[in-house]
Ligand binder design. Structure first.
Ligand SMILES: *[C@@H]1O[C@H](CO)[C@@H](O)[C@H](O)[C@H]1NC(C)=O
Ligand SMILES: *[C@@H]1O[C@H](CO)[C@@H](O)[C@H](O)[C@H]1NC(C)=O
Ligand SMILES: *[C@@H]1O[C@H](CO)[C@@H](O)[C@H](O)[C@H]1NC(C)=O
Length: 368
């Protein structure tokens, strides 16, 4: 793989895509274990790929906040479903709040699906694709790509947001914070402090020679914000950082690089590592992570949208009378899909989910 990479230097994306294609064919016909190897750090050849856009989108409008969502280059299954759910729920509100959604992906190993990815992009205008192979251990390349892209295409935006595709964002809250410029300069998210992982074979294993310190402090990667006034110095720091470019994106960029470039990390309780199971959590969070499945996050979102949002402590009463006096109807009218889900169905299924997952503790449901 490393030898083949060298061939990619200085190529236009189209020709390197071709090389990637050859590489992929060679690899898939030989050994899968080669594909799964982890290098822990990125070469300058790989770093160069963060400038190469395969599927492009328009520039941001002035003052438009871009929201970049890490997703995988597949056209079916989990990741595709997550994109569809995001499109049906919080992404649908983006434009009204002067925000835009961009799903960020690499190049799939199976290039036969590239055509469908292009079709999905043409249909939704929300896919940005960069020219490195889609892989969990290429997420640092992905995060750097979107920072560079932002610098070139969204320089008149006040903030940028990075999230994962298993996150629900509270768009009205984000809009308020952005509009009132309430988000401090630098990085904002959930500050994590963890010991460096020395367990061989672990997903987040970190060899001592690459990171000698015992612990890291960084922002949890599921969602964070960066004020644009710091984007240039952040990028400059990434480019001039003398140490290894590590393949764990959040701890490398929001931890090691941010420290090196003296970019402030601001902790915010509004970023929740675990998905809430009630409207109140959603109401008080900016970003909620690890929603059990795409479908559940869709139910939750619709449930939240439909609840009496100003009184989040009163609403845990799923009685008939509550359902009847519900003030806002969910915006199924603007849905782009043909499926029509009724409010009662959503509430029923969401309640089932709460009961199934034994997460009712602390909440009182009034008997109908
Ligand atoms: C990351 O992308 C590069 C460039 O496409 C590729 O050579 C490499 O194999 C990818 N890394 C992983 C771990 O798949
Ligand atoms: C985060 O930002 C707030 C508001 O600007 C500030 O008061 C606070 O000190 C900051 N926290 C950190 C850890 O920088
Ligand atoms: C709700 O759950 C029922 C039973 O599992 C299922 O048949 C139905 O399709 C679900 N409704 C929605 C809107 O997903």
């Amino acid at each position: 793989m490393a030898a083949n990479n060298k061939l990619l230097i200085n190529n236009e994306w189209s020709s390197s895509l071709f090389m990637v294609m050859i590489t992929t064919i060679v690899l898939s016909s030989s050994q899968l274990s080669l594909i799964d190897c982890r290098n822990y750090e990125h070469s300058s050849t790989e770093m160069a790929l963060t400038n190469q856009v395969v599927i492009q989108q328009r520039d941001c409008y002035p003052n438009e906040t871009p929201i970049f969502i890490h997703t995988a280059a597949s056209t079916s299954g989990k990741y595709f479903n997550r994109r569809q759910v995001i499109r049906r729920t919080w992404a649908r509100e983006a434009y009204k709040y002067k925000m835009r959604i961009l799903f960020v992906m690499g190049v799939p190993r199976d290039l036969s699906i590239e055509r469908s990815l292009k079709m999905e992009a043409d249909k939704n205008h929300d896919i940005l694709q960069f020219n490195f192979i889609e892989d969990y251990y290429n997420l640092t390349l992905k995060a750097i790509s979107l920072l560079k892209w932002s610098y070139r295409h969204c320089s008149n935006s006040p903030y940028m947001v990075k999230t994962d595709d298993d996150v629900v964002l509270n768009m009205p809250m984000l809009y308020q914070l952005v509009r009132q410029r309430k988000i401090p300069s630098g990085l904002t998210g959930l500050v994590m402090t963890t010991p460096a992982n020395r367990e061989n074979g672990h997903k987040w294993h970190m060899p001592e020679h690459l990171y000698p310190k015992d612990s890291y402090e960084f922002l949890a990667g599921f969602s964070y914000l960066l004020s644009m006034d710091k984007l240039k110095s952040f990028l400059k720091t990434i480019i001039t950082y003398p140490g290894p470019i590590l393949d764990i994106d959040d701890l490398f960029l929001t931890g090691i690089v941010a420290d090196y470039g003296k970019i402030r990390r601001n902790n915010s309780f509004r970023f929740k590592f675990f998905c809430g199971t009630d409207v109140c959590t959603m109401e008080t969070s900016l970003a909620m992570h690890a929603c059990p499945s795409a479908k559940n996050s869709e139910y939750m979102y619709r449930f939240w949208k439909n609840a009496d949002r100003l009184s989040c402590y009163r609403h845990f009463r799923l009685s008939r009378s509550y359902r009847r006096r519900r003030p806002r109807s969910i915006s199924t009218t603007t849905t782009t899909t043909t499926e029509h889900i009724s409010n009662d169905q959503i509430i029923a299924n969401y309640t089932d989910y709460l009961i199934d997952s034994h997460q009712l503790i602390g909440f009182k449901f009034r008997q109908p």
